[in-house]
Ligand binder design. Structure first.
Ligand code: PLP
Length: 282
């Protein structure tokens, strides 16, 4: 079942637990991760925990919890939920203190939700998704998985209002990433994606897809591309922990090639699912 956790207590997600002075609530002063569990097994858990600690370090957030303790906590939460296929959202914030901008001398807050996650049906994936281009209005440190998601939320809602699934963010004419995904194009049997920098999140699925492309002998080029290059590409896809590898078949009302999901895209997703199934650790 769906369960929550806040500062030492497992709770129902409906329970009212966030103190009014919680800095996550007041300022968005914290970081988070999303981790997927397939058939009772975590997928790339260590990579997610490592990114969580890097994000925390980047905002000078220092909790008493060690990596080992956080790992244990996540394991305990999933075990308690009894869910075999779920996603784990974990947030660490700068704690509860009277509202002042300066760092308080209080313990960090740790919260989690564990919810069932149904696999995306093959029919939905094979049809692909529509997207829009949207100005990247975020800050200069998007490599931090921060709780501050207002520009992402506004862009995603704009996409939804236009009957689309994702907003592809654009800075100075170049694609950065999606509101909650990394973005790729396939041209001449080569995969292109935006290079890692402070302007995008280093996706864990991106890391997996890079390895899978290498395994398939498909060139994986980390290079900026423009909106025009994206529209001319043979295939476009996005990746994320929750979406896996998802085809984008139409952007701003115009089809990518014939508007069907790309062959390479679907192959990469199939390979990702093989990798998921081959993961041994629980
Ligand atoms: C802005 C952004 N970029 C990329 C990603 C993809 O990251 P991952 O593959 O680790 O889920 C996400 C995931 O939520 C995201 O929010």
């Amino acid at each position: 079942m769906t369960i929550g956790y806040f500062n030492g207590e497992f709770i129902s997600v409906e329970q009212l637990v966030i103190p009014i002075d919680e800095r996550g609530h007041q300022f968005g002063d914290g970081v988070y991760e999303v981790i997927r569990v397939y058939d009772g097994k975590f997928f790339m858990l260590e990579e997610h925990i490592e990114r969580l600690f890097k994000s925390a370090q980047a905002i000078r957030l220092q909790g008493d919890q060690s990596i080992e303790e956080i790992r244990q906590l996540i394991h305990e939460a999933v075990e308690k939920s009894g869910l075999a296929d779920c996603d784990v959202y974990i947030q660490i914030t700068r704690g509860v203190a009277t509202r002042k901008h300066l760092f308080p001398d209080v313990p960090v807050s740790v919260s989690m939700t564990i919810r069932p996650m149904k696999p995306t049906s093959d029919t939905v994936r094979e049809k692909g998704m529509k997207a829009i281009f949207h100005e990247d209005e975020r800050w200069a440190n998007c490599y931090i998985k921060s709780l501050n998601l207002l520009p992402n939320i506004l862009a995603k809602q704009t996409a939804q209002d236009a009957g689309c699934y994702e907003a592809i963010l654009v800075k100075d004419g170049f694609v950065t990433e999606g509101t909650s995904s990394n973005v790729y194009i396939v041209s001449d049997k080569t995969i292109y994606t935006t290079p890692l920098s402070k302007h995008i999140l280093a996706g864990i699925t991106r890391m997996a897809v890079k390895e899978l492309a290498n395994g398939l002998g498909v060139p994986f080029v980390e290079k900026q591309f423009t909106t025009e290059e994206l529209m001319q590409a043979d295939e476009v896809f996005i990746t994320s922990t929750t979406n896996e590898v998802m085809p984008i078949v139409n952007v701003d009302g115009k089809n990518i090639k014939d508007g069907s999901a790309g062959e390479m895209t679907l192959k990469l997703n199939a390979k990702l699912m093989e990798l998921v199934k081959s993961v041994q650790h629980t």
